[in-house]
Design a protein around this ligand. Structure first.
Ligand code: HEM
Length: 183
């Protein structure tokens, strides 16, 4: 959606797309009029992005509620502090611990990035609120920049999962799809 909104359906690039077929039918519209039509299509796409954004916000809130209400030992916070406090002289165990901590901190980083996107996205969705209008430029900038960290994270995460699947955690990807834990 973001990809199409920023490329194929970019208002500026579609002014000619509106003007040309109309011209063939003998209707002349100026740039301003064509822009208004092109803008409608781009708006439709961004509106859909906004509604998907609200769903992401709801999912994020439910993840937060789950973290709060689930039993202590299931909490991400408990798992991280338990693992961080685990000491061993065994090199393999230490490696395993560091890998486990890396993965869990990775989750936290991802939640943080999504949280920033959700908060700034809400700031854009309610830009008509006067206090938010004043910050619109900054909010847009943050929303636009943090998207690249999310893409970066997804690429690194997928690479890590595929590498793990090919090495120590064979069947990891298949397990995710079929819901089986393969060790
Ligand atoms: C990973 C998630 C997300 C990505 C990658 C993303 C990406 C983007 C991008 C690239 C833009 C265009 C910014 C610009 O004008 O330069 C945008 C606009 C926007 N985003 Fe997001 N976004 C995400 C999540 C959200 C969420 C959670 C919301 C919450 C409602 C949201 C609401 C909006 C709104 C309202 C706009 C303005 C659309 C318009 O111009 O009419 N986004 N987003």
């Amino acid at each position: 959606m973001v990809f199409f909104g920023s490329t194929l359906f970019k208002t500026r690039d579609n002014i000619g797309t509106v003007q040309e077929p109309l011209q063939e039918k003998g209707i002349l519209v100026n740039k301003n009029q064509a822009q208004a039509v092109a803008h409608e299509f781009s708006d439709k796409l961004w509106d859909l992005h906004k509604w998907i954004g609200f769903v992401i916000c709801a999912l994020l809130i439910s993840r937060l509620v789950i973290e709060i209400v689930q039993p202590g030992e299931e909490k991400l916070r408990t798992k991280i502090s338990k693992a961080a406090g685990f000491t061993t002289n065994n090199l393999l165990d230490r490696k395993e611990k560091n890998h486990y901590l890396q993965v869990k901190w990775g989750y936290l980083l991802f939640y943080f990035l999504i949280l920033v996107m959700a908060v700034t996205g809400l700031g854009l969705a309610f830009e008509d609120v006067s206090i938010l209008r004043r910050w619109n430029g900054t909010i847009t900038q943050i929303h636009s920049i943090v998207q690249y960290f999310i893409y970066g994270f997804i690429i690194i995460h997928l690479t890590g999962v595929i590498r793990a699947d090919g090495r120590k955690y064979k069947g990891l990807v298949s397990g995710m799809i079929h819901g089986k834990v393969i060790r």
